[in-house]
Write a new protein. Structure first.
Ligand code: ATP
Ligand code: MG
Length: 567
């Protein structure tokens, strides 16, 4: 049950009722009981890939809690597994966290900075008789571990003396033993119903060059041992992680208690964010990148943070999305349409609405003076006057969308067809008079006449027309490439191919339109800038491939959808 409270400071009469999620309720309790003074959370990525939207949830959740309670938020790399980790990933993760607006406290932290303390903690356990050096092979350890229904078997090395363990562990550290030949194990309970408590390995011998500590160490701590210690050293109060660690919580608690930390951190689990028909797992994204199915980790069809950024998503939209999704204890999957809704809502009022023709067809106004260019005042955003107006050139020769003309229109088609009159957006009324066709019978040019009395904003109150279409003057048009996207996943087949585990890729996920025409209002525009193209959606200048003289736009999202905000 969620408790409801009224946020302090809200003006009387417009009090906002905010429901607290289960994590907030736990933290409230810890504060009330005096267990927590200053809340400290952290985001602990492993630098083995790019962050994705699921990580964004974790970042914004942890940072949001720190902010809400006036506490601290740490960014700490969980770099205890050197084989898969790379500095390239460290850089991209820092830049993504900063882009999301999550301000971490002090310096970026690394688990590897605490290797010395972890070693000392292991020695403490050995001295307390709570850890031992074991010579079983990985294979044997697995066999001895038992199953969910059968208890495990104790290792023959379990009862080594403290002195012997101390000596062997030090020798492990000093490189006396080959990789994999010995481990340090926590001495807990081989009969525990929780397999994680059956004397888990806490240190292994492995000669691996670490991106931070180089070859200083040839023993490395295991995640379940290292993580609680990292949290405790940093004074983390609430270590928030995803549900798959629920069964590891008793071990987390065992470590902080046996090592003897005062005010130990506590672990709280929440459900991972999944999007329906979207590839989120790092492993799968990596494979798509390696197979060249996508154009790198930041391909706009992916949901890595780098990709969402390149596509034109904003941190505000992602924050809104996470708010709507909420925090939960049970796994579920969210529709991508909700993310689309959030970016649309964010950009709607903020961005200028430009005219861009994606599938051009030429329109000639026969009674408009040849060579004349007229600059019309066009509001940048009809719903937000603060964005002002701009001058858009108008002339005898225009581009319109091919679909805005039909020679033989169906019923209820209100756009251009022979004899019909429409409004050219922010300009004049035109009436279609004629068409020019190529040798195959395709319409290549539409002719019309305009009525000078109908200029937009002139106060003309004569006839009404049912259709309004957008246009771009040919003489001054800017040619650009526009990329349209559909889901990378073939939704009919689902994400994963059941036979070989590969991703079912939608062959139409990318459409490249090379000869689009834009009004000439993009001087000084740079990668990452975004706009609404009237009637066509929101678009962002590609930060990788666009050049000032050859603009490339990514469609962020179309304008309309059937998505309804859940109540
Ligand atoms: P993946 O499974 O995609 O490879 P991971 O869990 O291995 O991700 P880490 O770098 O270990 O990636 O994760 C850093 C933090 O992000 C962890 O606290 C993890 O629980 C959290 N996290 C990862 N994926 C999600 C998700 N889908 N939703 C919410 N939090 C997530
Ligand atoms: Mg992981």
């Amino acid at each position: 049950m969620e408790k409801e409270e009224i946020r302090a400071g809200e003006a009387a009469g417009e009090k906002e009722v905010v429901s607290r999620n289960f994590i907030e309720l736990e933290i409230d309790k810890d504060i009330a009981e005096g267990k927590t003074q200053v809340v400290c959370t952290r985001f602990p990525p492993e630098p083995n890939g790019y962050l994705h939207i699921g990580h964004a949830k974790s970042i914004l959740l942890n940072y949001g809690l720190a902010q809400e309670y006036g506490g601290k938020f740490n960014l700490r790399f969980d770099d205890t597994n050197p084989t898969k980790e790379k500095t390239e990933f460290v850089q991209s993760i820092i830049s993504d966290v900063e882009w999301l607006g999550a301000h971490y406290d002090g310096e970026v932290k690394f688990a590897s900075n605490y290797f010395e303390e972890m070693y000392e903690a292991a020695v403490t356990l050995i001295k307390k008789g709570k850890a031992y050096v074991c010579d079983l092979t990985a294979e044997q350890i697995r066999e001895y571990r038992g199953t969910l229904t059968e208890p495990g078997k104790e290792s023959p090395y379990r009862n080594r003396s403290v002195e012997e363990n101390l000596k062997l562990f030090e020798e492990m550290k000093n490189g006396v033993y080959p990789d994999g030949s010995k481990t340090l194990r926590a001495k807990i309970d081989m009969a525990s119903p929780n397999i994680n408590m059956r004397d888990p390995v806490i240190y292994r011998v492995a000669r691996m060059t670490h991106h931070n500590t180089g070859d200083t160490w040839c023993i490395y701590p295991m995640y379940d041992f290292a993580h609680p210690i990292e949290d405790a050293i940093e004074g983390v109060t609430h270590s928030i992680c995803t549900l798959e660690f629920e069964d590891h919580r008793p071990l987390y608690n065992w470590v902080v208690e046996e090592v003897g930390y005062e005010n130990p951190p506590r672990q709280i689990e929440f459900a991972k964010l999944y999007l329906t028909n979207v590839v989120t797992g790092k492993r799968y994204i990596k494979r798509l990148v390696e197979q060249g199915i996508v154009d790198g980790w930041d391909d706009p069809r992916l949901v890595t943070i780098a990709a969402l950024r390149r596509r034109g998503y904003t941190p505000e939209a992602l924050r809104k999305f996470m708010e709507l999704v909420g925090v939960s204890k049970s796994n579920s999957s969210v529709d991508y349409a909700m993310l689309d809704y959030c970016i649309r809502e964010d950009l709607k009022m903020k961005k200028p609405r430009m005219m861009a023709v994606l599938h051009p067809l030429k329109l000639v106004i026969d009674n408009y003076p040849e060579g004349q260019i007229e600059y019309l005042d066009v509001p940048n955003n009809q719903e937000n006057e603060a964005l002002g107006t701009r001058k858009v050139p108008f002339s005898r020769n225009l581009y319109i969308e091919a679909e805005d003309f039909m020679e033989v229109p169906p019923k209820k088609y209100f756009r251009l067809y022979p004899g019909n009159e429409v409004r050219l957006m922010s300009a004049y009324f035109v009436t279609c008079t004629d068409v020019v066709k190529d040798e195959n019978g395709n319409v290549v040019e539409v002719h019309c006449t305009y009525d000078p009395e109908t200029k937009s904003g002139s106060g003309f109150t004569g006839r009404k027309v049912k259709g309004t279409i957008h246009w771009v003057a040919c003489e001054t048009a800017v040619e650009a490439q526009v990329r349209l996207y559909e889901n990378l996943v073939d939704e009919e087949k689902g994400v994963y191919n059941k036979e070989d585990g590969s991703v079912n890729v939608n062959p139409n996920s990318l459409t490249v339109l090379d000869h689009c025409y834009l009004e000439p209002s993009f001087e000084g525009a740079v990668g990452g800038d975004s706009y609404q193209f009237v009637r066509n959606g929101f678009f962002c200048i590609d930060s990788k491939d666009s050049r000032p003289d050859a603009l490339v736009f990514n469609r962020i999202v179309a304008l309309k959808s059937s998505f309804k905000l859940p109540k």
